[in-house]
Design a protein around this ligand. Structure first.
Ligand SMILES: [Zn+2]
Length: 430
């Protein structure tokens, strides 16, 4: 059973500089089996004409809370703490498993349409999120968000363990379970130490928010006389593979700690801009050797799941923040959204580049549009001109999820209607 893409331009993302191949690409099962001449033994069941298209690795959204799509456009243009405490959290307390499933399906439809094949998520009712991933054929690292407000919250760790035993490496390895301590300001030291120990025992990653806002830095300093980065390090979290969202308010000392501990940082430029939290020092972190990837954050704080927009933002915003037009060049932005995301999630041996032997997570971008002409520099055009809607075909784990803009693993109108109904019921009950 083979899938053949003929005559495409392939941007491999497999080296430090852009590498293009004009070739055929073959997929057998869930892996890329050749790039180049079609072997005599290869039998294609499905053939795709790649003429005028660019093949890229599927994009990786390394930080989100996808079910928050139900709260999209519900609370905008508000201060972060008003948004969170007065508007979002009262709704979150009312969310049910079926709500989370409906919101997840809506977000997955949006993500496939924009060329995302893998996402990392931190939320609750993770069982329902995993069901949506399983059903739609995407790839995901899922974490149960862990906060510690009362002694009963210790049971959330038990829930995370159950999720691990039920879902980790399921669906042909597409679903991974990591641990998701929410943030320094919602997790005390003993709770974080316990989480670090469990992650070590299970050999899984840790997904956390760190230093998102000035207020967080001030609060943690007043409690522990440390920066959030120092506090999290001292609780042992960095002894495991950690990917930390935001890292906006980090000092030079914090950057050295993140680099020395091989912590991956997830840049979320859209969310940081929307909440007025400022600009993460992405160039400094990259220069320090930190693996920086890219995420949308939740769709209630963005308000979309569009990695082409995040790539564009990270390339533009960091130039403005650094007063330097050479900051975060186009190819770096593309690395952040592909191979760097795979490294953050611990799956770079399987996805993140277009390489023979790796899993076939691939997207085709239709370059036959006016905004791509003249075709002088494909990498530049993908970052500075491309739209998410230019993605025409999406393959994850060797399976077509979208072909010629048609979603193949979900009923799009049904998904939109069910999410709309769930959102209206939720908001009316508030
Ligand atoms: Zn977040």
């Amino acid at each position: 059973m083979g899938l053949l893409i003929k005559n495409a331009t392939i941007l491999t993302m497999d080296s430090d500089k852009p590498e293009f191949l004009e070739a055929n690409l073959g997929v057998k099962g869930n892996r890329i089996v050749f790039i180049g001449d079609i072997p005599d033994t290869f039998k294609a069941v499905t053939e795709i004409d790649g003429t005028g298209k660019v093949i890229l690795p599927g994009l990786i959204n390394s930080h989100s809370h996808i079910a928050m799509s139900l709260m999209r456009h519900y609370a905008d243009d508000l201060p972060f703490w008003t948004w969170l405490n007065d508007r979002i959290m009262p709704l979150e307390h009312k969310l049910t498993g079926p709500d989370i499933y409906a919101g997840s399906m809506l977000s997955i439809a949006e993500m496939i349409r924009s060329g995302i094949t893998t996402f990392a998520d931190m939320y609750f009712f993770v069982d329902e999120i995993a069901q949506a991933v399983s059903q739609t054929g995407m790839r995901a690292n899922l974490s149960r968000g862990l906060v510690f407000n009362s002694p009963e919250d210790i049971s959330k760790i038990d829930e995370a363990m159950e999720l691990y035993h039920k879902w980790n490496n399921s669906d042909n390895g597409r679903i991974k379970i990591d641990l998701g301590p929410h943030a320094p300001y919602t997790c005390g030291p003993e709770y974080l130490k316990k989480i670090s120990k469990i992650a070590g025992n299970l050999d899984i990653g840790i997904h956390i928010h760190i230093s998102e806002s000035r207020r967080e830095v001030e609060e943690i300093y007043s409690l522990y006389k440390k920066s959030p980065v120092e506090y999290v390090r001292d609780c042992g979290i960095f002894e495991q593979r950690t990917y930390a969202a935001h890292c906006v308010k980090v000092s030079d000392d914090d950057i050295a700690i993140l680099a020395n501990n091989k912590v991956s940082v997830i840049n979320n430029p859209g969310s940081n801009l929307k909440f007025g939290n400022g600009f993460a020092p992405v160039s400094k972190m990259l220069d320090a050797g930190i693996n920086v990837s890219l995420g949308t954050d939740g769709p209630a704080s963005n308000n979309n799941l569009n990695m082409f927009e995040e790539m564009n933002l990270t390339a533009l915003v960091n130039k403005a923040a650094d007063h330097s037009p050479t900051s975060v060049p186009a190819y770096t932005a593309l690395q952040m959204a592909t191979i760097n995301g795979a490294k953050a999630l611990g799956i770079d041996n399987e996805v993140g580049t277009v390489t023979v032997g790796k899993k076939a997570d691939l997207i085709l971008v239709d370059m036959e549009k006016p905004h791509f002409y003249p075709k002088l520099d494909i990498v530049s055009s993908l970052i500075y001109s491309a739209q998410a809607s230019d993605v025409c075909t999406v393959i994850c784990d060797g399976r077509l999820l979208m072909r010629d803009r048609e979603l193949l693993t979900l009923d799009e109108m049904k998904v939109c209607t069910e999410a709309d109904d769930a959102a209206r019921k939720l908001i009316n009950s508030a």
